[in-house]
Design a protein around this ligand. Structure first.
Ligand code: ADP
Ligand code: MG
Length: 382
């Protein structure tokens, strides 16, 4: 395998914030970048050489993108297998259709994880309303129902048994009467993630784990390092690296994990791309997740993942721009940036919407706690 050296062109399927930040890292390294996205004014648009307009199942456009590229990667797992295969006719696609087929469908992903010995919470695949009703009863009544296909930031999910009257019948209909997984709602102590990078050469490096805090199923803040015990860190690293090796995936693979109140370490889900919980790697680590993505897909030596200083991020959702009366307001970034150690990242999304990730703040600190405190204080000042 020969390295794809700076000066070459990288194609990214998807031009959202993850594609944008990967493109910025690629440019720093001297690569040219092209993206494909359904939205011609997607966040990556402003930092790339070309943007091809195409939906996640538009194989013709994926082929057009790949024709001018030396390697193709992705920033969203919803890209169809047909797109990956069409692109692969012209350039190596990393990760390729093999692992993507498993990862992009929740039932297949969970089945694969179970068969490969990864610890999971109780769950069932459900393909009909009756199967879902049975599963909800069998799993104890408090359940997360998640569509097998699509979904992010808690979308395409319905919770049952959380105080409202949502039933299995409601959930089945709300999710479009399509296959889904039913998961027992777990009592979580913490959520962590481990980002693994794997190059075609087989070289693998995993970042120290991140600690993640979600509100309403959307990541609110995240910090590196996670400060979990050395034993837990070792187990989380082993688990993530075994999964990446088992899948044989190239590029990045984020493994989201649950730590339950009873002390179990369980796999939640996989993401074959840069991950929101590693945005802090830009300040915390020698190599950011975005630079590592570029190195991995170009088969360059992987970068040092050591933590230089603790760093945290807080997401900025559309709500920050939306006033009480529904009018948009300009957040007070000047106030947030006055806090020592705080930096701002905006994705150039033009329309703020509730729950839409518009940007993030990051902060360094002497300790992980201090980094979280600073970033949350900065966000309050907006
Ligand atoms: P997404 O693809 O939207 O990230 P996840 O499956 O990761 O979907 O769910 C989002 C968040 O919802 C998780 O990070 C966690 O906070 C919560 N959650 C999901 N499943 C469960 C579960 N079985 N038990 C407890 N909390 C859960
Ligand atoms: Mg998740």
């Amino acid at each position: 395998m020969t390295a794809i050296l700076p000066g070459a062109t990288i194609g990214i399927l998807g031009g959202g914030q993850l594609g944008r930040m990967t493109a910025m890292a690629a440019r720093s390294l001297g690569y040219r970048v092209q993206v494909m996205d359904p939205d011609p004014s997607c966040p990556a648009r402003f930092v790339v050489d070309a943007c091809f307009e195409g939906g996640w199942d538009d194989a013709r456009v994926a082929a057009d993108l790949a024709r001018g590229c030396d390697v193709v990667t992705l920033e969203i797992e919803q890209v169809s297998i047909a797109c990956l295969e069409a692109a692969a006719k012209y350039a190596p696609v990393r990760p390729n259709a093999g692992p993507m087929r498993i990862i992009q469908e929740r039932i297949l992903q969970k089945t694969w994880l179970a068969e490969h010995g990864a610890p999971l919470g109780a769950w069932r695949a459900t393909r009909s309303e009756a199967e879902l009703a049975d599963a909800v009863a069998a799993l104890g009544g408090r359940v997360f129902v998640k569509s097998a296909q699509g979904g992010y930031d808690g979308r395409s999910q319905v919770k049952i048994g959380f105080g409202d009257d949502t039933t299995a019948v409601d959930a089945w209909r709300l999710l479009g009467a399509k296959p889904c997984v039913a998961e027992k709602a777990l009592d979580l102590d913490k959520e962590i993630s481990v980002m693994v990078a794997r190059a075609p050469s087989g070289e693998t490096k995993s970042f120290p784990s991140a600690l993640n805090h979600h509100e309403h199923q959307i990541l609110e803040w995240s910090v590196i390092p996670s400060s979990v015990s050395a034993d837990l860190e070792r187990r989380a690293q082993q688990l993530a690296c075994d999964i990446a090796a088992g899948l044989g995936s190239e590029g990045l693979l984020a493994v989201e994990m649950f730590l339950t109140k009873t002390g179990e370490l369980l796999v939640n889900e996989l993401a074959p791309r840069p991950h929101n919980s590693y945005h802090a790697s830009e300040l915390a680590c020698v190599t950011s997740q975005f630079e590592q993505a570029v190195r991995a897909v170009c088969d360059l030596p992987l970068g040092d993942v050591s933590v230089i200083q603790p760093a945290a991020i807080a997401n900025l959702l559309g709500e920050v721009w939306l006033g009480e009366n529904g009018q948009t307001r300009e957040p007070r970034f000047d106030r947030a940036l006055a806090i020592p150690g705080v930096t701002l990242h905006l994705y150039e999304k033009h329309k703020p919407r509730k729950g839409r990730k518009m940007g993030h703040l990051s902060a360094v600190g002497h300790t992980p706690d201090e980094a979280v405190q600073r970033v949350m204080e900065a966000r309050k000042l907006l």
